[in-house]
Design a protein around this ligand. Structure first.
Ligand code: PLP
Length: 357
């Protein structure tokens, strides 16, 4: 079986060694030493001082919306994982979908202004598959209309924009450290903000609002993560450069195998240095995609339809026409890409796809 992705597993001995310390201290969660160490290592790896480690990426999104005190309408992309939209709805706001650019697969900044109303409070955009949005354009629109910006950078570990981590942009950026992501701590998420007041709020919020044992600073929730997750995170982070360069090699090998074939690839945003987290391909139409998917599945290979369906078709949102997102969603497939995927397996995958297309 070749799945679309497999979680990266660091050396067991390394993780267990850290867990010995957990046993010795009998300190399992609540901002323990491994959580603190993991945050320090993340800061130095990403060269970003202002971040808060939380229990998952969805919690990070919800905390972001809460910490910025967003109300009313939030402009967002229909082409993302469902958590981007569900977090908006969960926080009592209304998602307003703006269609994507058919090449970058990110929200199309040229279409944002038409959708701004007097109820709009923010833009929540996803850097899809690790490809940075047109950040300049989005930030300019936000400034002009006095809107907040949140970037869902769940796919972006090691993505750079203008030479620095893409996590440093927007009022808040969030990422996910879920097991299936390039960098992971089994479950986990990070919230980034260069606004220190917002960061302080986030710090209280992730721990029930606790300000000491008996004082509370505002309403909070349980967004903490544990020593166990941090132990895994620390060990995966040690290997992240190897993981990244392997991904790049594998992606370039797919590029070679598919050279000349009638498939479209996502176009990278200018000034974005891509992290090769995913290998999405767009076929000419849904029929071809379904034939390819079937042929792969017949050979025990499971690609995934990321992202399908387009989020504007969810039954709990206001229906909006997003033809480009719908079209991309119907034609896109993410091919298997993970650390242990072999060249032979990649060749097999490409042979099957080429024979159908
Ligand atoms: C994975 C993902 C999330 C959710 O992160 P979790 O850590 O799984 O909660 C949010 N947005 C996008 C775009 C994602 O891919």
């Amino acid at each position: 079986m070749i799945p679309v992705t497999k979680p990266y597993l660091p050396k067991k001995e390394k993780v267990f060694k850290l867990l010995d310390g957990v046993w010795a201290r009998n300190w399992l969660t609540n901002n323990g030493p491994l959580v603190q160490e993991f945050e320090r290592r993340l800061k130095s790896h990403l060269k970003l001082e202002n971040l808060v480690y939380v229990n998952n990426g969805t919690m990070a999104l919800q905390l972001a919306i809460k910490a910025l005190d967003l109300k009313g309408e939030i402009i967002t992309t229909p082409f993302s994982y469902v958590a981007t939209t569900s977090s908006i709805v969960w926080e009592g706001c209304k998602p307003v979908f703006v269609d994507i650019d058919k090449q970058t697969l990110n929200i199309d900044p040229n279409k944002i202004e038409k959708s701004i109303t007097d109820k709009t409070s923010a833009i929540l955009a996803t850097h899809c598959f690790g490809n940075a949005c047109d950040i300049n354009a989005i930030d300019n629109i936000a400034k002009k209309h006095n809107l907040k910006v949140i970037y869902d950078a769940a796919h972006c570990f090691n993505t750079l924009y203008k030479g620095v981590s893409v996590f440093g942009f927007g009022d808040i950026s969030i990422t996910s450290l879920h097991a299936t992501k390039l960098m992971h701590s089994v479950e986990g998420g990070i919230v980034f903000s260069e606004n220190l007041n917002v960061l302080k709020r986030l710090n209280y919020m992730r721990n029930f609002g606790h300000d000491g044992f008996e004082n509370f600073n505002g309403v909070g929730i349980n967004g903490k993560n544990s020593e166990f997750h941090s132990a895994m995170g620390l060990c995966v982070l040690e290997d992240i450069d190897q993981i990244s360069s392997k991904r790049k090699q594998q992606s370039e090998f797919y590029d070679e195998l598919f050279a000349g074939l009638n498939i479209e690839k996502q176009k990278m945003q200018e000034k974005c240095s891509y992290n090769h987290a995913y290998y999405p391909v767009l076929f000419s139409n849904e029929k071809v995609l379904l034939r390819v998917k079937k042929a792969l599945e017949d050979n025990m290979i499971s690609p995934r339809r990321y992202f399908y369906p387009s989020l504007s078709s969810l039954d709990y949102v206001t229906k909006t026409a997003t033809p480009i997102s719908d079209s991309c969603a119907s034609r896109i497939l993410c091919l298997p890409l993970y650390h242990e995927l072999t060249l032979e397996q990649q060749k097999l995958i490409s042979r099957i796809i080429i024979s159908v297309v």
